[in-house]
Ligand binder design. Sequence first.
Ligand code: ZN
Length: 489
Amino acid sequence: MTAYEDLMALERTSQALAQVAGRLGWDQETMMPRGAVEQRAEEAGSMQAILHARRTEARRGELLAAADAEATDEVERAQLRHMRRDYERATCVPQDLAIALARLTSKAQGQWAAARADDDFAAFSPVLAEVVRLKREEASALAEGGDLYDALLEDFEPGMKADRLDAIFAAMRPRLVELRGRALDAAWPNIAGHFDQQAQLQLSRKLAETFGYDLSRGRLDLAVHPFSSGSGDDVRITTRVSEADPFNCLYSTIHEVGHACYEQGIDAGYRLTPLGQGVSMGVHESQSRIYENQLGRSRAFCGWLYGRMRDAFGDLGVGDEDSFYRAVNRVHRGHIRTEADEIQYNLHIMLRYDLERALIAGDLMVADLEAAWNDRFNADFGYEVDRASNGVLQDVHWSVGLFGYFPTYSLGNVYAGCLHAKMRADIPGLDSQLAKGDLAAATAWLRSGVQCHGGLYEPNETITRACGFAPGPEPLLDYLETKFGALTR
Ligand code: ZN
């Protein structure tokens, strides 16, 4: 066997074990009996220990050095690029620091949940300060003299730099703040009624299939927080149901279907290899967002969905398709990121991005974080944060050490804006198809342009190839201004 073949064999087993570990996580959120919490923590911890040992074993370093000369084509070079990056990052961080971080974040997550329930940031602040201290240490180990935040970003969006994000967000913020002000002045109808759980789940399944999700290689279950997990031939999604608000369930489903279709759509030849997953969090989010927003919340598709919802639930309390479309895209005041509309969502992300960058740079102390959050929220949204659970304590991310993750949500929107512009140019009859609930051309376009490549190209190149231009915020901003300009006229 060549060194390359050796590496790929090692990798195949690791990838299979990682899929098993992921399925343990899925089970924990959906099926696991309540009494199994402690045992499951030990099971999951054991899997992580095995995976970490495999990632860092010295033989891997030797094989990587030898395999360089053997790569013969683009695919093999890309496989090696992923394996080398993974090995270097795993071996850069001292093992006691990795263990300390894992222990601390598991404790911090519990303290965050308790503090959030009590609306008490001061109770969470000391453990968060400790998380930030260790993340700065980890970033220093990874950065090798470069920017600390860039080093953390690399885990979620390889190749992306904070300077580039600064430029993207600086272009977005004023236009979004302006649009937000106009949208809040408009009147937005809402649907009303009682929406049966089973009927919502039935319609969710129909929507999932409409958007191209292959249920023979996936399944839809209930969980507290919607998510997608797995890749290849076992990609599962979850949703949640509120009987007062069916949009929560239906649009969460469409969002997760976008993630799942990406994983299902990757070239089968990459299965259980480093190329066999979505290439970055930002590109992943571009798929979920374009399914959910540019397609799922379009006027044409809403016309079709209105009919399906009337079939399922009867009268919806809105008179016609146009009112229904306005209800789907309703803009209203709110503090919570995950409930935000297409305009305000990105403002939520920019706030978190600037604060976490300052924390990692050492320019902002955790003790001052709540005040900094509240000031910034007031500046961008125009009203006060009323309590910590509606402000600085609303998201789990920082408690589990996810710094550098938030901006990938907005990058997903930016990428989705670019892909949507090109998709519209390539599929002239798109709206008449969407109006019939026909997503076949749109999802086939995404599959062949983005999804099938998995990790073959770097994130930026993946989007550039699909669009024919380098990604930037303009298409998203133009789309939002056109859409909400018409809705607020
Ligand atoms: Zn998502």
